[in-house]
Design a protein around this ligand. Structure first.
Ligand code: SF4
Ligand code: SF4
Length: 399
């Protein structure tokens, strides 16, 4: 008896509609405006959206500066039509903000937007703030950031790396936001999250305090449907939504140009994502990202590739936090796994080391257990990965 062969077209159809498969919206459901912008002397077509109640009109791809301190690349991004530069107080121990400060010096203040983030000491296992997390410390860090950037105000200030709803409502930081807004040092406030995102996003929406949410959101997250739902609710309440981590950590190998294009198109088909920040580090990648804004339509081939990648385990943790509380040594496993991703996917060992430096790790990591008591939701060999990356704490500073 012959097996019935399935044609390519039928295979594509059944795969794209498969149970538990990724969602793909028809282009009639996207919301955006097309603008012709001048991009380094050439006219280019960019897709624009409005960042919720902030009213900021932004191209759908902007720059996450985290991975580069190359002023020429940041300058090229602004000259190409990118409007928002996203950084953080802690990136490159301050050098990231200083580099941006040098680039924007002398540019008209209305020609760009700056977002930065401030984190305060947290218990990395519980995600709750520690004693040193005070209003004064937050405001002191903001003043340092403004000085590095050479600005009297930033457009968006985020509370950095929140993973618990209790931390969204942490009184000393809310007070600091209020004082900073009153003093004119920030235009809009927000929260950034790359772990336990749905809970954090819902808490921000319920608080009715902030203007913007910066969230990890990728086709690779097992819980992306919950992130999608939380974003939809936040956006309906007027919050601006900025997506991040759309590409990194999602692929088995270093992402190819096709991988990058498909991942950004996937996140941007969600009309509730108003813009994404792209962490490009080369001029070639900048050009790739700019070209995406010409047409967000996912091809069948791109859909298939995303489906395929979504169905395999992958190499990197997506921050579901289901391992929290399982390790008797109370190791901050999702943070360590993120450092692993910075090392092997981002290839940015210095950034991984900066993160490791915040974690207050014991001298011996995972060396005294005869077996690991932690069960990863997607079956990663946790001790192998974290033992590997924890070695960075013993290496002299790379920044
Ligand atoms: S290590 Fe596994 S269980 Fe823990 S956050 Fe990552 S994916 Fe989830
Ligand atoms: S081996 Fe597992 S249980 Fe032991 S310290 Fe490492 S993560 Fe925790």
């Amino acid at each position: 008896m012959h097996k019935k062969l399935i044609g390519r077209r039928d295979f594509m159809k059944s795969t794209l509609a498969g149970v538990g498969g990724l969602f793909f919206l028809p282009s009639s459901e996207w919301k955006h405006e097309i603008k012709i912008v001048e991009s380094r002397g050439k006219e280019k077509k960019f897709v624009y959206r409005t960042l919720g109640k902030t009213g900021l009109k932004l191209p759908v791809i902007n720059m996450g500066v985290m991975l580069t301190d190359n002023p020429s690349l940041i300058r090229a991004a602004l000259d190409s039509g990118i409007l928002l530069l996203d950084t953080a107080h802690g990136y490159m121990q301050g050098r990231n903000e200083e580099t941006i400060g040098g680039v924007i010096k002398g540019r008209h203040r209305d020609s760009f937007y700056i977002a930065t983030k401030i984190g305060l000491p947290q218990n990395r296992t519980t995600g709750l703030y520690l004693e040193g997390a005070t209003t004064e410390e937050f405001l002191k860090r903001l003043d340092i950031s403004l000085k590095r950037l050479g600005l009297d105000h930033v457009d968006i200030l985020y509370q950095h790396g929140v993973s618990r709803k209790e931390s969204v409502m942490y009184e000393p930081i809310l007070k600091a936001f209020e004082q900073a807004k009153k003093a004119g040092k920030i235009r809009f406030s927000g929260v950034s999250t790359h772990s336990n995102e749905p809970e954090v996003i819902d808490a921000v929406t319920d608080s009715k305090i902030h203007d913007v949410i910066l969230t990890a959101y990728t086709f690779k997250q097992k819980h992306y449907q919950e992130v999608k739902k939380a974003i939809a609710r936040a956006s309906a309440e007027g919050l601006g939504i900025v997506g991040m981590k759309a590409v990194r950590g999602a692929f088995q190998q270093q992402p190819t140009t096709q991988n990058i294009v498909a991942s950004f198109k996937w996140i941007l088909q969600d009309p509730n994502v108003h813009t994404v920040i792209a962490g490009f580090t080369t001029f070639e990648h900048l050009e790739t990202d700019l070209a995406i804004m010409n047409d967000l339509t996912l091809t069948d081939q791109e859909k298939l590739e995303l489906q395929k990648e979504a169905s395999i385990q992958g190499l990197y943790c997506q921050g579901c936090r289901q391992c929290i509380g399982q390790c008797p040594e109370k190791l901050p496993i999702p943070d360590l796994m993120r450092a692993y991703m910075y090392t092997y996917d981002y290839r940015n060992v210095a950034h991984a080391q900066d993160l490791i430096g915040l974690l207050d790790l014991p001298n011996r990591v995972c060396e005294d257990c005869s077996f690991c008591r932690v069960k990863c939701a997607i079956d990663f060999n946790i001790p192998k990965k974290i033992r590997d990356v924890a070695r960075l704490k013993d290496v002299p500073s790379l920044t």
